[in-house]
Design a protein around this ligand. Structure first.
Ligand code: C2E
Ligand code: MG
Ligand code: MG
Ligand code: MG
Length: 291
C-alpha cells in the first residue's frame, strides 16, 4: 500500500499507521456516507431493577453495511475515533436518541435514555453546551438523558474532562461510568468524576456464578460504589443464577439478554407498553418434573 501524495508532495494518508489500511479507509468513507444518508440506526436495551421496574434504556448504535452486512459497533467506533468522525457520529446518535425520547414522552412513556460517548467527545470544545442546546431544541428535560463514559476520558487531560462533565451535570444530565473494572480504575479518579452510576463490565458478570474471584470483584465494586453514593448496574446478565447472585450482592439494576437484547424503536415501544407499570417479570422457572 502506497501513501498518496498531493501536489505539494505532502502525504495525504499516514502510511505508517495500520489504522489507515485501505480497508479501514473504505469503511470510514462508507460510514460517513451512511451518517449523511441516515442509514445508521439506534437500538435500545432496557436497564431494570430487581423488582422489575425499568429504570432506563441504553441507546446502542447499529450499522448494516450494504455489502458487508452488520458491522459490530466496536469495529466502526474504533474507526470513527481514530479518524475524526467521532464527533459527527455522536451528534447523530444524540440527535436520534433525543428525537426518540421526545416521541416517547409525547406518548406518555417517560423512560430516560443513556447514550454512550467516547473520550474524544468529552474533549471536544463546546460539547457540554451543544448537549444542552440539543436537549432544549427537542424539549427534553436534562434528567431524561444519561451519558455513559469510560475511565478512558481521564487519560488525556483529567482536569478538562472533569470540567466538561461538571458542566454537563450542572445542566442536569446524569453521568454513568461504563465498563468499570476494565480500564484505569483509580479510586482517586473515580471520586473526581461526577458520575451517579457505575456499570460493572460484562467480563466480571459473565462468570460471576462460577468464578469466586469474579464474585469477589463484583462484591467489592458494589460496596465501593455504594459507599460513594453511586447506583450500580451490572451488564451482560444472561441467566437466572447470575441475576440472583447480583441481587444478593446488593446490585441495583441489571441489563442483559436475560431481560432483553437491544431492540429497534418500535419493538422497544411495544416491550415498554407490554410491561406497563408492573415492569419486567422474570419468567417463572419451570417446576421440576415429578419423578
Ligand atoms: P457497552 O456500552 O458496554 O454496551 C454493552 C454491549 O454489550 C452492547 O454491545 C450490547 O449489545 C452487549 N450486550 C448487552 N447485553 C448482553 C448480554 O447479555 N450478553 C452479551 N454477550 N452481550 C450483551 P454492542 O451493541 O455491540 O456495543 C459494543 C460497544 O460499542 C458498547 O459497549 C459501546 O462501548 C459501544 N457503542 C455502542 N453504541 C455506541 C454509540 O452510540 N456511541 C459510542 N461512542 N459507542 C457506542
Ligand atoms: Mg454503554
Ligand atoms: Mg458497558
Ligand atoms: Mg462494554
Amino acid at each position: 500500500y502506497q501513501a498518496k501524495r498531493d501536489r505539494t508532495g505532502v502525504e495525504v494518508y499516514e502510511s505508517k499507521r495500520d489504522s489507515n489500511t485501505p480497508d479501514r479507509l473504505g469503511l470510514l468513507g462508507d460510514l460517513r456516507r451512511a451518517l449523511e444518508a441516515g442509514d445508521v440506526h439506534l437500538h435500545y436495551q432496557p436497564k431494570v431493577r430487581f423488582d422489575g421496574q425499568v429504570v432506563g434504556l441504553e441507546a446502542l448504535v447499529r450499522w448494516v453495511h450494504p455489502e458487508r452486512g452488520k458491522v459490530p459497533p466496536d469495529e466502526f467506533i474504533a474507526i470513527a475515533e481514530s479518524s475524526g468522525l467521532m464527533p459527527h457520529l455522536t451528534e447523530y446518535v444524540l440527535e436520534a436518541a433525543l428525537g426518540q425520547v421526545a416521541r416517547w414522552r409525547s406518548q406518555d412513556l417517560f423512560v430516560p435514555v443513556a447514550v454512550n460517548v467516547s473520550p474524544r467527545d468529552v474533549h471536544t470544545p463546546g460539547f457540554a453546551g451543544s448537549v444542552a442546546a440539543r436537549l432544549a431544541r427537542h424539549g427534553v428535560p436534562a434528567g431524561a438523558l444519561q451519558l455513559e463514559i469510560t475511565e478512558h476520558v481521564l487519560l488525556e487531560d483529567p482536569q478538562r474532562a472533569a470540567d466538561t462533565l461538571n458542566a454537563l451535570t450542572g445542566h442536569g444530565v446524569k453521568m454513568s461510568l461504563d465498563d468499570f473494572g476494565t480500564g484505569y480504575s483509580s479510586l482517586v479518579h473515580l471520586r473526581r468524576l461526577p458520575v451517579s452510576e457505575l456499570k460493572i463490565d460484562r467480563s466480571f458478570v459473565a462468570r460471576l456464578a462460577v468464578d469466586t474471584e469474579d464474585a469477589e470483584i463484583v462484591r467489592c465494586t458494589v460496596d465501593l460504589a455504594h459507599s460513594l453514593g453511586l447506583l450500580v448496574v451490572a451488564e451482560g446478565v444472561e441467566d437466572d443464577e447470575t441475576w440472583e447472585r447480583l441481587r444478593d450482592l446488593g446490585c441495583d439494576a441489571v441489563q442483559g439478554w436475560l431481560v432483553a437484547a437491544a431492540m429497534p424503536p418500535d419493538e422497544t415501544t411495544a416491550w415498554l407498553r407490554a410491561r406497563g407499570s408492573r415492569g419486567w417479570q422474570r419468567p417463572r422457572a419451570a417446576l421440576p418434573a415429578a419423578t
